[in-house]
Structures are given as structure tokens and as C-alpha cells.
Ligand binder design. Structure first.
Ligand SMILES: [Fe+2]
Length: 517
């Protein structure tokens, strides 16, 4: 199907259809089609996106199907405040993205879907406080990297008890691999390449009850990293691993479509990008959200618009460790990670920012992390370390706009790294510009704590790091301070893994200084 047609469908299906009852497509289901659960996301002060997808065993559902939704103030659905219906289309894998507006600010709601005679599980979601409201508390988890073969998603069973207002998911929701050495459990399917492959892989991940339950518990704010498409891809440049795929833009477009089909995203993610269509078709994920006067979110996309990696070993695609002295291209001021348009948008968003917490949600580690090799400056070229001029432009923007209370949350590295963003990293006494909490993974493996002392000594802007434990972070924001707890599971290979706090930190408002709690 051509892209334009897809965009029209997405736009048409996101708004409620007022059809004659006779015009509804009401297939008879032989089993409940809501097996992937429900989700909500992209919240504003008066709206939220409700998501589900109809799946019938054996893919027997080939026609469009009408899905009804209800939003209620109470769990028993006695006080229904909004309802509607829309078409779940085969072209979009029978996914449903109901954009519900006209809701009260700062309020919890319950929602559910109906199709044929079947009913979905009940989800719980909330609106954010009005932009000018003095909100007093925001509790947020940040998470990333859930490789299926590497373990069970038991972290989410514990996240369910954290009394969160929202989950910030920062990439690698799926992985495209056919399996792993010493896998905890097998994946179904081989290399993930076609639209169908991507859909099957999301179905696999969403079959985990703990993940479904967390989606049903509060709204999610999501971005992606590389594995939603392919390891280490960069913009329209192919990444590495797996069979050669001739038409990478087509693969990327399929992967982006499958991401949209499985996430609680607004249809504008697809339709806003029409003007920006190039050979690979933009999918506009980046954007801004506001939680009253307490916090603003800036959600970034550092994959779709980035330049190719600099100096990857032997001229291969993908990433590698690079000796800065032998790679002058690294310092090229023209190189970009966010793309010119997103950079300009972010700078403008900072200019409008309020006095509350400014939460920058992005994929990877922001501050430098140099290898502990003596006499050499070796960095990994896939993260911000591979795009130092772009990183400095963002730091300069933070300073020029005098952004208060800037907090970077990231993922990708499968390790917990906590540190300060400095105005100038070459100068130890340089001012702190922001704080950064880069998360570990839900399951994906990492290198461990060998040489951690040397790594920390070589990178003194960090206050804490751990290369072993898996889990998520919880941040609580109040007008006076931000507290972060690094929550870690006992063992990803065990379904009944326990949880504990690895370390806690406090940042006082206005200080840009991380204190161990
Ligand atoms: Fe990852």
C-alpha cells in the first residue's frame, strides 16, 4: 500500500465514526480478540490516546471491524463520560488508536473496548494537570531495552506497585534478532525484516502478562531506539547484523508502521510528517508534553535523522569503539544526531520553557563515557559520544535558554549511569548544566562491573554507575526536589524475581547537583 493511502487511513480511523448501526462491521469472533491487552498514552491535560489491537488466532480476521470504546470515571463503568466507535482496519493490523478529548484535567479514568460480542480488559489512565496548574507531584518510571530471549519482564510486575503517573519508555521495545546464545527463552520467528515479521515480534512481547498489566495501569510516553528497526541503523543508512536487505528504506518504513500499530500514539505521528516526506518517509515521534507548571517533557528521536556513524572499524556499517585522535570526522560541526529541524524545534521549546522540571527523554547516554584505556581517548560512536558537536549544540542551547531543572533520562547502554552534564567536560570545575539518569535495561544483557572503578575515574562527571543489574528507574518530581530510585530485579532469568533499590538520589530544584540519598 502506498504511503499516502496509509496516512489517510490513520487520520480517518483516529476520529470517532458516527455510522449507522447497520454500517458497522461486526464480525463474530470465535475467541476474544483482545489478547494483546490495552494501553494508553500521549496524555495532555484534556486528552489521551487509547490503544488496542484485534488479533484472531491464525490471522483469520481479514475485514475491517468496528470497535467501540468507553471512558468512565469509575471502574464499574457506571459513570461513563465518553464513548465512541471506530474502524479497526486490516491495513493497520486492526490496531485501534482512539484519541479521546474533552476530558477533565488531572484526573484518572478507566477505559475498555468492545468488538462483536467480545470485551477487552479494563485499562486505567489519566490526564495531566492543566498547563497553568500548580501540580505538586509527578511519579514517573523510565525503562528501555526488553530483549525477549534475555529474560522475563518481571520488572513490570514490580513497576505496577510504584504508584506511577506515567511510564517513559526510551527504546528497544523489541529486538530484531532470531535468538541469542544462552537464551533464557526462545523467540518465535527468525530475523525480523518484513512488516509481518515486525508485527509478530510485537505480538510476542505483548503476550507477556506483566507488560500488558503495566500498559493497562497508566499512560505511556514512548520513543524508539535502533532495535525497533535494526541494530545500529542511522537515518536511512543500514545498520549491522542479519541478512542483507536491499531496500533498507522500505524495511524501515515497515518497522515504523509496526511501531505505530502497537503503541498508544496519535495519528499525527504519521500525518504531521506529510510535508516532510522524503525517500524514507518521516514518522514524527519527537514532541513536547506538559505536566502543569511542575514539569515539561521533551521526547527526542535520535535515530531517524542522524548522520552515519563516524569511523566505524573497517568501513563497516554500524557502531564501534573509536580512537578520537584518529577520527577527525567526529569533530565535524556539520554532523547531526537529531537533524536540523528537530534541533531547531528543541531550541525553540527550551525558549518557551517554564520554571519547573524540564525532562528530556531520549534514547541513549548523553554525557561522555571514555574507555579507561590509558593514553588514548576511546569512545563508542553510536551514542552522543559519536556526535560531540551535536551534543555541544544541545548543551549550548540549554545554557543560552537558561533552562532550569533540566533532567536527561536515557537508555540503550543496558547499564545504570548517573551523572552531571557540564558546560565544558574538559574543565573539571566547569558548571553543571543538567543532570542525567541513563537507565539500565528491563532484560537486555550488559558487560558487568569489570573495570567500573577505572571507568568512573576516567569520567569524573558521573556520580554512580552499575553494569550488572536490570530493572528501571523511578523519579518523583515535586516543586522543591526530584528523587530517583534505581530499582533492580534479583534475576531476569526467574519469573518470580524480587525487586530492590540499588541506589537513590536527590536533586534540589535549581541546583543541577545530584546528591546520594
Ligand atoms: Fe538495547
Amino acid at each position: 500500500m502506498d504511503r499516502r493511502h496509509l496516512l489517510q487511513l490513520a487520520a480517518a480511523t483516529a476520529t470517532t465514526l458516527w455510522l449507522q448501526r447497520s454500517a458497522w462491521s461486526q464480525p463474530k469472533f470465535t475467541s476474544n480478540p483482545f489478547t494483546l491487552g490495552v494501553a494508553s498514552g500521549s496524555p495532555t491535560h484534556d486528552s489521551v490516546v487509547l490503544w488496542t489491537r484485534l488479533v484472531v488466532p491464525g490471522g483469520a480476521l481479514t475485514e475491517a471491524a468496528t470497535v467501540r470504546w468507553e471512558v468512565s470515571r469509575d471502574e464499574a463503568f457506571k459513570d461513563i463520560v465518553k464513548s465512541g466507535q471506530l474502524q479497526a482496519l486490516p491495513e493497520l493490523a486492526h490496531s485501534v488508536h482512539a484519541e479521546v478529548g474533552g476530558l477533565d484535567p488531572d484526573r484518572w479514568y478507566f477505559y475498555r473496548f468492545f468488538a462483536g460480542d467480545e470485551r477487552s480488559p479494563v485499562g486505567r489512565t489519566r490526564t495531566f494537570p492543566a498547563p497553568d496548574a500548580l501540580a505538586t507531584k509527578l511519579r514517573l518510571a523510565y525503562a528501555s531495552c526488553q530483549r525477549w530471549e534475555h529474560g522475563y519482564f518481571s520488572a513490570y510486575r514490580h513497576m505496577l506497585n510504584e504508584q506511577l503517573d506515567a511510564v517513559l519508555f526510551l527504546g528497544d521495545y523489541i529486538y530484531e534478532y532470531p535468538g541469542a546464545k544462552d537464551a533464557v527463552r526462545p523467540v518465535s520467528g527468525g530475523w525480523v525484516i518484513t512488516l509481518d515479521d515486525y508485527r509478530r515480534r510485537y505480538e510476542l512481547h505483548k503476550s507477556e502478562p506483566e507488560l500488558q498489566a503495566m500498559h493497562a495501569a497508566c499512560p505511556w510516553i514512548v520513543t524508539w531506539d535502533d532495535h525497533e528497526v535494526q541494530n545500529d541503523y542511522a537515518g536511512l543508512h543500514v545498520g549491522e547484523n542479519g541478512p542483507e536487505v536491499k531496500d533498507f528504506p522500505a524495511r524501515r518504513a515497515a518497522a515504523y508502521q509496526a511501531f505505530y500499530e502497537h503503541m498508544p500514539l496519535r495519528s499525527s505521528v504519521l500525518t504531521q510528517a506529510v510535508a516532510g516526506l522524503r525517500q524514507g518517509a518521516e514518522t514524527r515521534l519527537y514532541g513536547e508534553l506538559r505536566f502543569g507548571r511542575l514539569a515539561s517533557f521533551y521526547i527526542l528521536d535520535d535515530r531517524q535523522y542522524r548522520d552515519l556513524h563516524a569511523c566505524t572499524k573497517d568501513g563497516k556499517p554500524g557502531s564501534s569503539s573509536v580512537d578520537v585522535a584518529t577520527c577527525p570526522l567526529l569533530a565535524d560541526p556539520k554532523r547531526t544526531l537529531l537533524g536540523a529541524q528537530q534541533e531547531a524545534w528543541l531550541d525553540q521549546a527550551f525558549a518557551r520553557a517554564g520554571q519547573g522540571w524540564n525532562i528530556i527523554g531520549q534514547q541513549t547516554l548523553f554525557v561522555p563515557r571514555v574507555s579507561p584505556t590509558p593514553d588514548k581517548t576511546i569512545v563508542w560512536n553510536d551514542g552522543w559520544d559519536g556526535y560531540p558537536a551535536a551534543r555541544q549544540r544541545l548543551i549550548d542551547s540549554l545554557r543560552r535558554r537558561e533552562l532550569r531543572n533540566a533532567v536527561l533520562l536515557g537508555g540503550d547502554v543496558h547499564e545504570n549511569w548517573v551523572g552531571h552534564v557540564k558546560a565544558d567536560f574538559a574543565e573539571a570545575k566547569s558548571a553543571n548544566v543538567a543532570v542525567e539518569f541513563c537507565g539500565t535495561s528491563i532484560t537486555s544483557r550488559s558487560g558487568g562491573n569489570d573495570k567500573m572503578a577505572e571507568r568512573l575515574a576516567r569520567n569524573p562527571h558521573f556520580v554512580f554507575a552499575d553494569g550488572e543489574r536490570k530493572g528501571y528507574g523511578v523519579c518523583e518530581f515535586t516543586p522543591r526536589r526530584m528523587s530517583t530510585a534505581l530499582r533492580v530485579v534479583s534475576d531476569v532469568a526467574k519469573k518470580d524475581a524480587g525487586i530492590e533499590t540499588l541506589a537513590s538520589f536527590v536533586v534540589e530544584a535549581g541546583a543541577a547537583k545530584i546528591e546520594r540519598a
